[in-house]
Ligand binder design. Structure first.
Ligand SMILES: *Cc1c(COP(=O)(O)O)cnc(C)c1O
Length: 398
């Protein structure tokens, strides 16, 4: 009998009871705006920023309206100006080049390796041509951060990190988001904490933090922030920094705080699921698993594999056959952008040189979400289905 999987790849877990209770308290108070506090009260949003600063070890944290907003805010606060060239990953999600475009800067794409990380040789070649790198830890893959930081230091390139998929991840013990001048996170539903929409910016740089808070739309109420620099720092930039409203509100913050408190346990659950799928795909002919370096702590909220040098038809056949059995795979290499997947050549506002070695890899990337609503048994079923269908198509092609 043919096994069929019936779970939903887009179904996340419910918000924890503590988050629902905290959200109800905010709703009952009517004080949803982060600066709307009663006498002696500290807003949930300010407490959330303190929590996340403590989790990551950053001096400063500001909660924002989305991850994409955090990226643009970090660039503005760091001093990226219109027309500046900003290096970024060719393998990333559309909001990353979109944030670079939002500040009027020019995305310059850097290639991707078979390990699905930024190609450091290509970065080395391009580093002299730019002052900035928006490093996207796409799908949670961390590159050799020691070498990357050495390259960037040598060329005077300032690094900002897109940690949308690495909340909870680290490289040799340093949390992602703590290598660059700023780290940006998303709390959008499909990331590692879920408030529908939302984001964080973390930094140790007090001027950057003050600018980011002013940019976020603090209406000169910055003294109500806690994970923030001293008022004197704001004094130096408050007349010079535009308000570009992108705040988080107390309702989202209330939903997020219990989730952050539980992040380590959730990471372990994701990684248990990832390990089951990864083991189930081992030694599948024609399928390349992604190697994970020992220095990396990752969060297995999604899994990727490569169908290297397969024809478009064969890749489409695998996707169709898996879909018919309930397994939803995404193809990053599809010529036409669809849903969350797109290639650098579909961002035509940011023309790029061709990168044939990267194109070969991007064409081969197949991606799958692993929501925590799946059990480890579900994950074993999914791996069996992928394995059978990849083998089936590859036999047919042979
Ligand atoms: C989701 C995502 C973002 C942006 O986050 P939003 O909160 O959706 O704006 C940025 N980078 C990557 C890689 C993402 O997946």
């Amino acid at each position: 009998m043919t096994e069929i999987f019936t779970g939903s790849f887009t179904q996340q877990e419910p918000i924890p009871e503590a988050g629902i209770a905290a959200a109800l308290r905010v709703l009952q108070s009517g004080r949803l705006h982060r600066y709307n506090v009663a006498e002696g009260e500290t807003a949930e949003t300010a407490l959330l920023e303190e929590d996340f600063a403590a989790i990551t070890g950053a001096r400063f944290c500001v909660a924002l309206s989305s991850g994409g907003y955090a990226l643009a805010c970090a660039m503005r606060a760091a001093g990226v100006t219109a027309g500046a060239r900003v290096l970024t990953n060719a393998f990333t999600l559309a909001p990353v080049p979109g944030a670079i475009a939002a500040v009027g800067a020019v995305p310059v794409f850097v290639g991707v390796t078979e390990a699905l990380v930024i190609d450091l040789d290509d970065l080395e070649r391009k580093a002299a041509s730019a002052d900035w790198l928006m490093l996207s830890h796409m799908r949670g893959h961390l590159c050799d951060m020691d070498r990357l930081m050495a390259i960037c230091a040598r060329h005077g390139v300032t690094v900002i990190e897109d940690c949308a998929h690495t909340m909870g991840g680290s490289w040799r013990g340093t949390p992602s988001g703590r290598f660059g001048v700023a780290g940006c996170f998303s709390t959008q539903t499909y990331k590692h904490a879920n408030s529908g929409e939302g984001g964080f910016l973390i930094t140790d740089d007090e001027m950057l933090a003050a600018r980011a808070i002013l940019l976020s739309g603090s209406y000169m109420l910055y003294d109500r922030h806690r994970a923030a620099p001293a008022p004197e720092v704001f004094e130096r930039v408050k007349y010079l920094t535009p308000n570009m409203s992108g705040r988080m509100d107390n309702l989202r913050a209330a939903i997020l705080r219990p989730q952050l408190a539980d992040l380590d346990r959730q990471v372990a659950r994701w990684n248990a699921r990832y390990a089951v799928v990864d083991a189930g795909l081992r030694d599948t002919p024609g399928l390349t698993r992604i190697a994970r370096p020992a220095e990396e702590v990752f969060v297995g909220s999604s899994i990727q594999f490569l169908l290297l040098d397969w024809s478009d038809e064969a890749i489409r056949a695998v996707l169709a056959r898996c879909a018919a059995r309930g397994v939803e795979l995404k193809w990053f290499g599809a010529p036409e952008p669809a849903g969350f997947t797109s290639r650098y050549d579909s961002w035509r506002y940011a023309p790029s040189e061709r990168m044939p070695a990267s194109d070969r890899i991007l064409r081969a990337v197949v991606d799958m979400r692993l929501p925590l609503t799946f059990s480890e048994e579900d994950c074993a079923t999914i791996a069996r289905i992928i394995r059978q269908e990849v083998a089936g198509v590859s036999e047919q092609a042979a």
